[in-house]
Design a protein around this ligand. Sequence first.
Ligand SMILES: [Zn+2]
Length: 368
Amino acid sequence: MRLSHLITLCNRIAPETLAEEWDHVGLQCGDPEAEVSKLLLCLDLTDAVLAEARALDAECILSHHPLLFRPVFSLREDRYPARLLAGLIRSGIAAYAMHTNLDSTRPGTSDALAEALGIVETEPLVPAARPAETAHYKLAVFVPAADADRVRKALGDAGAGALGNYSHCSFSARGTGSFRPLEGAHPAIGSIGTQEYVPEEKVEVIVPKGILPRVLDAMLAAHPYEEVAYDLLPLVPPPTGAGLGRFGRMETPCTVEELAERARACLPTSRVALAGDPGRRVERVAVCGGAGGDLVDAAAAAGADLLLTGDVKHHQAHHALERGLAVIDAGHYGTERPVLDLLARLLRENAGDALEVHLSRVCTDPFT
Ligand SMILES: [Zn+2]
């Protein structure tokens, strides 16, 4: 398949638009028109992973952590990350990053972690912010009842009120419009100086942002009034269900120590540290793959007994204890690695036989 098609599939799994504002996800090097038949998945794109991709003849490496994360001002090949970038380009290997968008999407990084630990009925700990850009407007126009059909048709013909396999969708309610034409007006109904009361309909339609000018022109052309009254409201998209971290309950409640032992047994982690009473019973758990020490307050607000994540700092652990939360730090690598198996499964389901998906055998956990 073309690399551009693989990117489309990746966006189906974890839309790039879900990434945090500071993040740099997506295609980092490579030609979207190039052919891809083998893909290598990893958490970190290192020299060893690049060598692995070359040995496999993979045309693309999909990493969780972006190779290019900070501005690059030179391509000196004796320095990171230019050394790797040059190696990728010389080998004709593309690099694609799926970072906080993979954390936020469902299922994503923390879902894979929660599943590995036996945590069920999960929901995002910090729901994803909705897109700031409005994609749709609600247009409500007030029309004399006798002219409502003509205006509804003009709105529909211009593309307003399209919902799935339906066109010309609208909602109308009857009411009374009133106005007093002043000197200089040319009223379609009524006369100068007299208060008029007219049976009107309020016609409401959805309008995609891109066709808004065309729809407004069509509405004004079809409307009999000199001064057309209408409301234009930006619409907020519904919540996506995505977000960072997950909160759920232990399928089988256990103690803090037992959960720490389970993390050590089922996550590829070099170490597990815990803070809090090891004998405390754990039912409601917050998890976050990667560095989730800043989710202490969100976990406490959700009512969690414990936060399990990686990279927990000294003061974050103290803060958690202060807020009544136990903490398990199972490492950055160990809490993120489960998502690669999930991602491989999703990519295989989406791509079928057109793509060989390989999981990197290189452990990029710097802690041994
Ligand atoms: Zn990470």
